[in-house]
Write a protein that binds this ligand. Structure first.
Ligand code: PSU
Ligand code: MN
Length: 306
């Protein structure tokens, strides 16, 4: 599809035109989710993993007002160095970033929007946003969930962090008709750990099963995304008590410092990293790599069905 504001990288566009597997990747994780230079190293490593698994990576961001599907190494470095100076761009921020020709890093929601414009169907990230703890008062629910309700892109993630209320996040997704598929698990993973205590109704044993689910959903004309919940590999999992201690402290600090709105997720991520002496960052990198691999495999199975 052509679109006035969209620039699809030539390699990505060629891959899409020849029915090759493509995997979208987000960029808020680069600018706001990890510190420099680990963020740049990880983003490049994740792209390489997608390639090693037979798909073309398309990291998505907005560079000087242009929606880009597929960044150059220089653009990834730019976002990594800008860090939180890049505008964290979700659905509501997109018109502003485009009109002002700003540079924005895209959240899961905005990445899905741009991936859908470019006709990319599979997207890998670390964790999705969700219903925040205390949302019954703050009404803080990530726009990622509404995007999953309406935009046709499947998101491979390691579940969601327990900075969120995972139970309400799953309820919200159910209400809006978003399938959540456990990859080789029937429990919703909690990002740093494989377990949350929350059951999933559906699980898939292999990438082909997921591709078939996506195909059925498309054939039924059901709009909206899908969450593929891929637990962090066992050897990289964090100890439940340690990570939850860090999460609780970070949440208390956010409350004391009255951090709200779009600032809260990046604040919590960086505090948790400090409180765990970087252990959470290591786990985060491993799980993103693991998700990129699965997404590439799903994308390959999917194009073979077409
Ligand atoms: N969760 C993570 N790491 C992240 C994010 C969420 O474990 O980097 C980022 C993603 O870009 C996600 C965004 O889309 O935060 C959600 O932010 P908010 O809660 O403000 O919608
Ligand atoms: Mn929010």
């Amino acid at each position: 599809m052509t679109h006035r504001h969209l620039l699809v990288n030539p390699e990505v566009s060629e891959a899409l035109n020849s029915n090759q597997a493509v995997v979208a990747l987000e960029s808020t994780i680069i600018s706001h989710g990890m510190p420099f230079p680990k963020n740049v190293e990880t983003a490049l490593q994740v792209e390489q993993i997608v390639r090693d698994n037979g798909a073309i990576p398309a990291t998505i961001a907005i560079i000087e007002g242009k929606l880009k599907a597929g960044l150059t190494t220089a653009e990834i470095e730019l976002l990594g160095k800008m860090g939180t100076k890049a505008i964290k761009t979700s659905r509501r921020d997109l018109p502003f970033v485009v009109a002002k020709k700003e540079t924005g890093a895209t959240t899961v929601a905005a990445t899905m929007i741009i991936a859908a414009m470019a006709e990319i169907k599979i997207f890998a990230t670390g964790g999705i946003g969700g219903v925040h703890r205390g949302a019954e008062k703050s009404m803080d629910i990530s726009a990622d969930l509404q995007e999953l309700a309406q935009t046709n892109v499947a998101v491979v993630c390691a579940g969601a962090k327990s900075i969120l209320n995972l139970e309400l996040t799953l309820e919200y997704l159910e209400t809006f008709g978003v399938p959540v598929i456990g990859f080789q698990t029937n429990e919703f993973p909690a990002f740093y750990s494989r377990k949350s205590g929350l059951d999933l109704q559906y699980f898939a044993e292999n990438p082909l099963e997921i591709a078939l689910l996506l195909q059925s959903k498309q054939e039924l004309g059901l709009n909206g995304g899908m969450v593929i919940a891929n637990p962090i590999p066992k050897k990289f999992e964090m100890e439940f008590a340690a990570i939850n201690q860090a999460i609780s402290s970070a949440l208390e600090e956010a409350e004391t410092e009255k951090i709200t709105g779009k600032e809260i997720t990046p604040f919590l991520l960086s505090r948790i990293e400090q409180l765990t002496q970087g252990k959470s960052l290591k786990a985060n990198i491993h799980l993103v790599c693991n998700n990129a691999k699965l997404a590439a495999q799903i994308a390959n199975s999917y194009v073979q069905l077409e």
